[in-house]
Design a protein around this ligand. Structure first.
Ligand code: BGC
Length: 346
């Protein structure tokens, strides 16, 4: 073998940083890298690094729940950090600057990671007051092979939104794509819903989408050259969800906002679209994933018979943000395993 290894085994332990693991994995003299994982924390940044042929071998202890995320073919059974296969990436967003709100976990985290793997410089927004979210956002940014920043902001605050967008432009140079993903839901019967609950849900989901996309669109207009607004709505922009009236009202309103803006912003070359996820394995659904009866009921409603993965939503976001979607505006893309089309007969 002339001292030339055909395969190298890299042991990722706490003291091996994600960055050095990426460097080793990118060493072109190493045709294949086998990564033996015995540290959960490192799994996520390394897989997101877009490394060349990478064979991941699992060692115990490693949460069994993540198996489905390692293997894209298996159905997900719980929320977890995003799985991303480097094979899916082809630099479709090279050097675009994107802001993704609510990106410290779930769908937002998967979108941010996938955007970075596609060559975008990504601002990862997280809510104030949560050290866990801040750490996750910072870890994600550190794992990107592109420039990225973690930005704290409550999207329901105009002041914080303006400061966040100004920071994105100051540090990343411009803004090409805004993914309005931050969202919350509160389960409460209509008769019991308080003003505080209603305003909180509408404040984050609807006002937040309005304020962030407006601040971003103003920058895009100033820059010239168009842009992309993507709203993470929900199947509940269209279908009812008893017990979640504030959530449905916010998502239905986002649908009409998107349709209006597609016309208003077209002269500026800004396209505007919604992604409507169905039941996706993210923290927002963890209580259903953990409850076998609720899980079975939920899955029964889904023609494809399983929950979706955040990465399956991220793929659609990549398309909408890319040049390939230049003529796509004013539409909702359902990523729901057929849930919206399901007719309950009995
Ligand atoms: C909600 C989830 C729900 C899903 C399908 C999503 O918008 O956030 O709680 O499971 O729609 O009903």
């Amino acid at each position: 073998m002339n001292g030339q290894p055909s395969r190298r085994c890299l042991r990722a332990r706490r003291q091996v940083s994600g960055a050095s693991a990426q460097l080793l994995a990118r060493d072109s003299s190493v045709p294949k890298v086998t990564l033996v994982l015995d540290d959960n924390d490192l799994f996520y940044p390394i897989l997101l690094s877009g490394a060349p042929p990478l064979c991941v071998r699992r060692r115990l202890p490693f949460p069994r729940a993540w198996d489905s995320l390692i293997s894209p073919s298996g159905p997900p059974t719980r929320a977890g950090p995003p799985y991303f296969s480097w094979k899916a990436a082809s630099m479709r967003l090279k050097d675009k600057v994107a802001l993704v709100t609510g990106a410290s976990s779930g769908i937002g985290a998967a979108v941010a990671a996938r955007f970075a793997a596609e060559g975008a410089h990504v601002a990862v927004n997280y809510r104030p007051g949560s050290p866990k979210d801040r750490d996750a956002a910072e870890a994600a940014v550190a794992s990107f092979g592109t420039r990225g920043i973690a930005v704290e902001a409550d999207v329901s605050s105009r002041e914080m939104v303006e400061a966040m967008v100004a920071r994105v432009v100051a540090e990343l140079g411009r803004i090409d794509v805004a993914v309005n993903n931050a969202g919350i839901e509160i389960k409460r019967g209509f008769l019991e819903t308080t003003d505080e609950e209603w305003n909180r849900v509408l404040g984050v989901n609807l006002y937040g989408s309005f304020a962030v996309s407006q601040a971003a669109a103003r920058e895009m207009v100033k820059q010239g050259g168009g842009g992309r607004l993507i709203y993470m709505s929900s199947v509940h922009e269209d279908i009812p969800f008893p017990g979640y009236t504030s959530y449905c009202a916010s998502k239905g309103a986002i649908r009409m906002m998107m349709r209006n803006l597609c016309i208003e912003l077209a002269p500026h070359g800004i396209t505007v679209n919604n992604i409507a996820p169905g039941a996706i394995a993210t923290p927002i659904n963890q209580s259903v994933l953990d409850d076998p009866v609720a899980f079975k009921n939920a899955v029964t409603e889904i023609p494809l018979g399983r929950f979706g993965k955040p990465e399956e939503v991220a793929s659609v976001a990549v398309f909408l943000a890319s040049d390939e979607a230049a003529y796509v505006t004013g539409s909702t893309y359902y990523v729901d395993g057929g849930l919206t089309q399901q007719v309950t007969l009995y």
